[in-house]
Design a binder for this molecule. Structure first.
Ligand code: TYM
Length: 340
């Protein structure tokens, strides 16, 4: 059986990278898989969050999920802290994962910065909670952007080590192919790594100091158009073929964004715009972005005007998620030797 799990942190605004790198694929996979989509609020607090803002951000990310097309009747949509089994399995994962594995995580190094002694233990342990998120549903597929690849490798390592460390107990419990599946990353489409609009070598990110670096899902049409117009480019016209984008990170990024929004291959976009001036392409890109994002933006606003509905979706989702998570946790306790 195939099962999908993925999540986003409710820290700051969701942006075009989150949308094209992950959310678009999440929506698509609803038609072919059993899907579980989470707002990972416990991951958010690995860095300090203003409590009132955090509550708002959890509802806002949920609204973005729904506005983008996640259907709570098809998929399970909930926030992580409502299902205590994530933290419970997280502890078992802590005891399976090795210090050496965590020491290799590049995201920790980036986020902790120079003052590593002052980073929270939670930030260091972040990948173990993420592994627990996935494993507590024994998910087989995880759609994410490129930046999450290393975390998913760690998740596979945890699954494999658990399956080995407790092989006799797992087989005795009737799981002949191991208990946890080795999860496959799903990193798909022309925008698995959307870059900053100000610097084509930097990832588009919620934490970039410049708001011009990203397009937020809450931006209105004017803001979107202005950000695209001001996006960094080089002086050359667009090439007619994808290999002409080599060494031109800003051009490559904008063409990739267009391709993803239009649901076209990069080659088709260049066949249309190659040889032309950047300004004409930017106008088309701004129009396309506004056309695609405006309905999402409007629906998000409508949903946020009805927090009762959003909260009800999260409550119902958490109840359904818990049924699966608690069953896994019971097996894990039996396998590991914890009395329940
Ligand atoms: P987060 O909240 O940073 O990002 C959410 C999703 O958006 C993708 N993404 C991007 N894709 C393309 N280009 C970009 N510039 C870009 N920026 C972000 C991310 O790859 C991600 O898919 N650790 C995760 C949250 C998490 C999770 C999980 C994910 C917690 N538990 C279990 C999957 C499964 C994170 O911080 O994502």
């Amino acid at each position: 059986q195939q099962r999908v799990f993925s999540g986003m942190q409710p820290t700051g605004n969701l942006h075009l990278g989150n949308y094209l790198g992950a959310l678009v694929n999440w929506v698509r996979m609803q038609n072919t898989h059993e899907c579980i989509y989470c707002v990972v609020d416990m991951h958010a607090i690995t860095m300090w969050q203003d409590p009132a803002a955090l509550k708002g951000a959890i509802r806002e990310v949920t609204a973005a999920y729904l506005a983008a097309g996640l259907d709570p009747n098809k998929s399970i949509v909930f926030n992580q802290s409502k299902v205590p089994e994530h933290a419970e399995l997280g502890w078992v994962v802590n005891c399976v994962a090795r210090l050496g594995w965590l020491n290799r995580m590049t995201q920790f190094k980036e986020k902790a910065g120079k003052d590593r002694e002052n980073a929270s233990v939670g930030l260091y342990d972040y990948p173990c909670l993420m592994a627990a998120d996935i494993l507590v549903y024994r998910a087989t597929h995880v759609p994410v952007g490129e930046d999450q690849k290393q975390h998913l490798e760690l998740t596979r390592d945890v699954a494999q080590k658990f399956n080995n460390d407790f092989k006799p107990q797992i087989e005795a419990a009737g799981f002949l192919d191991g208990f946890f599946p080795l999860t496959e990353p799903v990193i798909q489409g022309p925008a698995t790594r959307v870059m900053s609009l100000r610097d084509g070598t930097k990832k588009m990110s919620k934490s970039d100091a410049s708001d011009y670096a990203r397009i937020n899902l809450t931006d209105d049409a004017d803001a979107i158009a202005q950000k695209v117009r001001k996006a960094k480019t080089d002086p050359e016209p667009l090439p007619s073929e994808p290999k002409g984008l080599d060494g031109r990170p800003e051009a490559e990024n904008l063409v990739g964004i267009y391709a993803a929004l239009a649901d076209q291959p990069v080659a088709a976009v260049l066949a249309e715009f190659g040889g032309g001036q950047f300004s004409a392409f930017k106008t088309a890109l701004a129009d396309l972005a506004v056309t695609k994002l405006s309905p999402l933006n409007g629906e998000m606003r409508r949903l946020l005007g009805d927090p009762g509905y959003v909260d009800a979706v999260l409550k119902d989702g958490a109840e359904r998620a818990r049924v699966i998570a608690s069953e896994t946790m019971n097996h894990v306790k039996d396998i590991v030797g914890l009395l329940r």
